[in-house]
Design a protein around this ligand. Structure first.
Ligand code: BGC
Length: 269
């Protein structure tokens, strides 16, 4: 899988040399791509290029683990690794599987990745949780000293809740029923696409979902992520929540940065 065509446009074909410093490697496993990068833990920024390999199909645990190994090798990284999954992960074990092969359910992902990566320590956590800890520390939530709720809008809705920087892992608010329908079936960006909704009409559905969350959780800030947050100016102004809503700022590196952070903390172990 070293085919240059599978790398990010403009990325270096050789492994990114490791500089010394407060760096860690994060890998974000998604339904379409496995992305990795070395992160400066002081700033949350990538050191060097991001590497991406298409998610194998079927995306079974062994196939994904081999892809993760390939990314780790590209960086010539010998230390611990943080890895996200689009799944609930408790004590390293995947409990659900969204947009990845169902055989992940019940898989000890931490054991599998650690074994595939030569026995080194790994941290495995939910993808939205990783984005949440990164946005909270380095991105849109860094000035907020209260309860921050991050939602990622994509095929589904991922959620992360942090209180003063501390994550409550594996919240699955995308699956909460809102007015008789699962939140992610009402307001994911996939729904906008399938129903061909305007930003304004889709924002009504997003408001309905966020308003329910705020009734229950009273966050100080909502951060909205996922690809559609890049067009935040088209829909965030239409939202009717009392809680301020801002677009994620780390874009497609939030999951990588959060995974890297997790690799040096107890999160995801
Ligand atoms: C899953 C979450 C995941 C989110 C984003 C949801 O369908 O249940 O675990 O974080 O999608 O990938």
């Amino acid at each position: 899988m070293t085919d240059a065509a599978q790398q990010e446009p403009g990325s270096a074909s050789a492994a990114t040399p490791l500089a010394s410093g407060n760096h860690a490697l994060g890998i974000d496993v998604g339904g379409s791509g496995v992305k990795g990068g070395v992160v400066d833990l002081d700033t949350g920024e990538l050191v060097g290029e991001r590497q991406k390999i298409l998610t194998p199909h079927p995306s079974t645990p062994d196939a994904v683990a081999e892809t993760v190994l390939e990314i780790v090798n590209r960086f010539e990284w010998a230390g611990p690794v943080g890895i996200t999954l689009p799944a609930v992960v408790t004590s390293g074990v995947a409990r659900t599987a969204a947009n990845i092969d169902h055989s992940w359910i019940g898989t000890d992902a931490a054991e599998l990745f650690s074994r595939t990566l030569g026995g080194r320590p790994v941290s495995v956590l939910n993808d939205a949780d990783a984005a949440g800890i990164a946005e909270d520390r380095y991105g849109a939530g860094k000035e907020v000293d209260g309860v921050v709720m991050l939602l990622t809008f994509g095929t589904g809705i991922g959620s992360a809740i942090l209180n003063r920087g501390v994550l409550l892992p594996n919240t699955e608010f995308g699956h909460m029923e809102v007015d008789g329908k699962e939140a992610e079936h009402r307001a994911s960006s996939a729904v906008k696409e399938h129903k061909d909704l305007s930003y304004k009409d889709w924002a009504k559905e997003v408001s309905r979902v966020l308003e329910r969350y705020e009734q229950l959780l009273w966050p100080d800030l909502f951060i909205v992520g996922g690809g559609i947050s890049r067009k935040g100016d088209k829909w965030i102004p239409h939202l009717t929540t009392r809680t301020p809503v801002v677009a994620a700022t780390l874009r497609n590196t939030a999951g990588i940065a959060g995974a890297a952070l997790a690799s040096v903390t107890s999160i995801g172990r």
